[in-house]
Design a protein around this ligand. Structure first.
Ligand code: IPM
Ligand code: MG
Length: 358
């Protein structure tokens, strides 16, 4: 029997609760297939800082690199907001992404028919939305030098090299080939030199994918178009900070940020995590929505382990739970037949995932 080694990073806030549910679902689906999981739990974020003085201990990197994939909860919280920047949980996460080399962040935004009323937009605007933000993750203004601050000035630099743009563009075009063969590249080429290079390089890479239709859009317009008519988008290719912002925006099309998964890939080991944060305000109450994390576990099966049938089963189980009216508190107002806790939702999806006919 195949055995997959998964590094688990539960993190802070609701992180531990939602990861526990994803593990429950992974074990349930494995019972139907010819594989099983072993997990190694490692620390990152505020909890790692509290214990070791470092938000990203070396052991975490080593364990991640020796695993088949990383399943990640969430990090951060007010408690650590006043630490020096390099000790903050977020700095640990950025360093982790960089160390692993996961330069491509895939953030699908799908609107479930069952939750069509949960979006703040009109049902006819969001029905059928199925887009993928392909966000560059280890470059751009998050990492550019020089950066710094003194008492009266703070500065960061948005830098992209040709090589960085080429590799993320290839990811976007490859993904588009599996979808509806459309890429919209987002930039601010009317103002930024870095965006001008971005646009030129994306045009060059596009020549290798003649079947894919490429368009360009300024980021401000893209933010507006996402709300006006989100169905015009399929793959949205973006740099680091634009993708950070637009993927949060895209998540609200689906009604709750608690639904959306992500995959950070491009290197040997990928990181699979919900796009939402650690929500310290609701931690420990059993009301967090575990679906984004369960769905990230499904992306892990699909992209990292090639267990497509198992991933499909989890996706179907999530849909079934929603269509039967199970809702966590964030979605309780929307056609709920039964409001359930974090762990009840996990158990329902695990139970459906473990039905072995496939
Ligand atoms: C995300 C988060 C992170 C980011 C933070 C926590 C560093 O917002 O994954 O979108 O900005 O990349
Ligand atoms: Mg973000």
């Amino acid at each position: 029997m195949k055995s997959y080694k998964i590094a688990l990073i539960k993190g802070d806030g609701i992180g531990p609760e939602i990861i526990d549910e994803a593990v429950k679902v992974l074990d349930a689906v494995a019972s139907c297939f010819d594989f099983h999981f072993t997990y190694e739990e490692v620390l990152m974020g505020g909890c790692a800082y509290d214990i070791t003085g470092d938000p990203l201990p070396q052991e975490t990197i080593t364990t991640a690199l020796n695993s088949d994939a990383v399943l990640f909860g969430a990090i951060g919280g007010e408690k650590w907001d006043n630490l020096p920047r390099e000790k903050r949980p977020e700095s640990g996460l950025l360093r982790f992404r960089k160390e692993l080399g996961v330069y491509a962040n895939l953030r699908p935004a799908v609107v479930y028919d069952e939750l069509i009323n949960a979006s703040s937009l009109k049902p006819e605007v969001v029905k059928g939305v199925d887009l993928m933000v392909v966000r560059e993750l280890i470059g751009g203004i998050y990492f550019g030098e020089p950066k710094g601050r003194d008492e009266n000035k703070g500065w960061n630099t948005m830098v992209y090299t040709r090589e960085e743009i080429v590799r993320i563009a290839h990811q976007a075009f490859k993904i588009a080939m599996e979808r509806s063969k459309r890429v919209c590249s987002i930039d601010k080429a009317n103002v930024l030199d870095v965006s001008q290079l971005w646009r030129e390089v994306v045009e060059e890479v596009a020549k290798e994918y003649p079947e894919v239709e490429l368009s360009h859009m300024y980021v401000d317009n893209a933010a507006m178009q996402l709300i006006r008519d989100p169905k015009q988008f399929d793959v949205m290719l973006t740099g680091n900070i634009f993708g950070d912002i637009l993927s949060d925006e895209a998540s609200m099309l689906s009604g709750s940020i608690g639904l959306l998964p992500s995959a950070s890939v491009g290197a040997k080991i990928g990181v699979y995590e919900p796009i939402h944060g650690s929500a310290p305000d609701i931690a420990g109450q059993g009301i967090a929505n575990p679906i984004a994390t369960i769905s990230s576990a499904s992306m892990m099966l699909r992209y990292a382990l090639g267990e497509i049938a198992a991933a499909d089963k989890i996706d179907a189980a999530i849909k079934r739970a929603l269509s039967e009216g199970y809702r966590t508190k964030d979605l309780a107002q929307y056609d709920a037949k039964e409001v359930c806790s974090t762990s009840e939702m996990g158990s329902i999806i695990a139970n459906y995932s473990a039905k072995c006919k496939h």
